[in-house]
Structure formats: C-alpha cells, structure tokens
Design a protein around this ligand. Structure first.
Ligand code: AMP
Ligand code: TRP
Length: 333
C-alpha cells in the first residue's frame, strides 16, 4: 500500500513557496494511486510564539487553502493533527527515546528558528522533528511530498524508523520516501534571493500570499529585488544571480514550463519587461484559489465537518498502528 502523509503549519497565511513546493504536488498526487493524508499541523505551530485566540481560525484557513488549491476531501483524508493529538504525542514520546540528541543538534531549521537564544527556546521547538517523524510513522506513510527545506527532517524520520525496526527486531515502519517535486522546490524571498520565502518573514513584501489580490501581487513583483543586468540567454547564465533565478523559476513553475524554455523566451530582456509578465501568470494561477478560499471561509461549519470526518478516518488508520507499537515495545496493556 502506497500511502502519503504531509502537512503544513497554520501560521499566518500560506505563501507561494508552500503552494509550489508542496500544495500543488499534493493535488497532483491524489490522482496517482496513493492513499493521501493531508494534515494541518497545529501542534507544530505552537512551538513558536503564536496567538491562541486565532489558532483555530488559522487552522480552518489552512484547510480552506488546501481545498481551494484542489485537495479533494473525497479523495484524501484531510484532518487536523490535534484531532488525533493523543496518538501523535504518544508516538512522539516513544520515538523520542530512540532519537539521539546529537542528530537534533544538527537540524538547520532548529538553528535558524532558535537564533542566538538557543538556551532559552522551548523543548517543543527542539523536539519538533520528532513530532514530525511521529506524524509520518503513525500512519506508516511511504511517501512524503514536501519542499526542499524539509529534506533534513525527512532524513531524520527515516533514521528513527530504522532505529525502531532494528531495536525491536521487526520490519515494522516503512522508510518514508521524500517527494521533492517540480521546478520550484525552493522558492526564495522577493527581497533577498538567498533567503527562502517564508510565512514568518517580517516583511510582507518578501512573499506572495495565497490571499493577495491582483494589485498586491503586481506591486510586490514590481518591487522585487533584481540585479542591473538583462536576463541571460541560458540557464547557466543564472549562476550567481539568485534573484533572477528565483523569478524565472517561479515563472516556469506557475506556467508549467521547463526553466530552460522560459529563459530562452525572455533572453536579453530587462526585468521591467519581464516583471509584468510574471505578475500575469501569478495572478492567473492564484486568483481562482483566492476566490475559492474566500467562498469556503463563508461556511466554516462545512470546513469543520470535513476536518472532523478526516480526523476520525485518520484515527482509524493510526489507532491499530499504535496498538502494535505498544505491544512491540512491551508496554503494559
Ligand atoms: P511550513 O510553512 O514550514 O509549514 O511548510 C509547509 C510546506 O511548504 C513544506 O513542505 C515546505 O517544504 C514547503 N515550503 C515552505 N516554504 C517553501 C519555499 N519557500 N519553497 C518551497 N517550499 C516551501
Ligand atoms: N515540518 C513541516 C514544515 O515545516 C510540517 C510538517 C509537520 C510535516 N509534520 C509533517 C510535513 C509531516 C510533512 C510530513 O513544513
């Protein structure tokens, strides 16, 4: 059985990187002979400062974005991590007993998020990758579609699965395979082509949110950082030009074309000629999603019903796995 699990945090609004790096691939995969579980990982979102008053609404909004982008609740199990919190947290604890802290110390996302203050950040942020491993292994997922930045976390999940299997002498957990797909697995900030586009960047000009309207998108692209040279005529000519590379990559991904093809089309042009074209493809791709999201959010009860139903389906898959895990580990029952 090929089974996919992936998730996103309900922090602020989803941005173009989430869409191109992950969400769009989730939609494509639901028609490819996998059982797909897509969750909103609210238990991950609370590892950093957040607003308790708006978390539930952000969770609904993230689910609405999944559906608006094309995730079909009839084909996939769409659920909230905390609806199955007991199982995710329990498995995380068991897996924590077989995760070496030396490995956690090497996680670049932790280092980035902790910044200089790594002595004062919470245990939850440190243990974040173990919870992610539990999300995946609880459902014995075989494939995990994510953006490039999650590669290291996936590698850790594979190692934890192998440690469990080895320690208990069973071929129990499959090795989850990362699926890092498409032209834009690492969308960069519009303000700095060396930083990834992120929901948590303080500058809203650095990203395109799935909820931005056409004018905002055009304005952000117009103000996006560039360099003084015309666009190159080969992909190799993008080396050392991170902003040009990023904008052309986004264009290629959104228009469903190969990067080389897009580079050839705009060869020798100025950014001022290219940017309006980029804004056009961005608006064309995102505006139907934005509109659908607005529609869905008119009826939060409907989203909640989908999520509740998904939560019980996820539990049906996870509960027997947990029962086996407890037995294998020798816990009293
Ligand atoms: P997060 O926003 O950290 O919860 O990420 C959710 C998903 O979006 C993960 O699969 C990430 O790898 C992906 N993602 C986030 N930001 C980017 C980006 N700038 N480029 C490509 N993928 C991204
Ligand atoms: N850590 C992932 C991110 O920040 C989100 C996530 C949590 C996830 N659990 C997961 C992704 C399980 C894939 C599978 O993007």
């Amino acid at each position: 059985m090929r089974r996919i699990l992936s998730g996103m945090q309900p922090t602020n609004r989803l941005q173009l990187g989430n869409y191109l790096g992950a969400l769009r691939n989730w939609v494509a995969l639901q028609d490819q002979n996998y059982q797909c579980l897509y969750c909103v990982v609210d238990m991950h979102a609370i590892t950093q400062p957040y607003d308790a008053a708006t978390l539930a609404q952000s969770t609904r909004e993230a689910a609405a974005a999944y559906i608006a982008a094309g995730v079909d609740p009839k084909k996939c199990i769409l659920f909230v991590q905390s609806a199955v919190a007991d199982l995710h947290a329990e498995l995380m604890w068991y897996l924590a007993t077989m995760t070496q802290i030396g490995k956690l110390n090497r996680m670049t996302q932790f280092k980035d998020k902790a910044g200089k203050d790594s002595e004062r950040v919470g245990l939850g942020l440190y243990a974040y990758p173990v919870l992610m491993a539990a999300d995946i292994l609880l459902y014995k997922a075989t494939h995990v579609p994510v953006g490039h930045d999650q590669k290291q976390h996936l590698e850790l999940a594979r190692e934890i699965a192998a440690t469990f299997n080895h320690r208990y002498g069973q071929d129990f957990f499959p090795q989850p395979e990362p699926q890092i797909l498409g032209e834009a697995t690492r969308v960069m900030s519009l303000r700095d082509g060396t930083q990834k586009m992120s929901k948590s960047d303080p500058s809203d000009l650095s990203r395109i949110n799935l909820t931005d309207d056409a004018d905002m998108i055009a304005d952000k692209i117009k103000r996006a950082k560039t360099d003084p040279h015309p666009l190159p005529d080969t992909v190799e000519g993008l080396a050392g030009r991170p902003e040009a590379d990023n904008l052309l990559t986004i264009y290629a991904a959104l228009s469903g074309r190969a990067k080389a093809d897009v580079v050839a089309e705009f060869a020798g042009q100025q950014f001022s000629q290219f940017k309006p074209k980029l804004a056009e493809v961005c608006v064309a791709a995102l505006s139907p999603i934005t509109a659908r999201m607005r529609e869905l959010l008119q009826d939060p009860a409907e989203i909640d019903a989908i999520l509740r139903d998904g939560g019980s389906q996820a539990r049906e898959i996870g509960a027997p796995v947990m029962a086996d895990v407890r037995k294998i580990m020798g816990l009293w029952s």
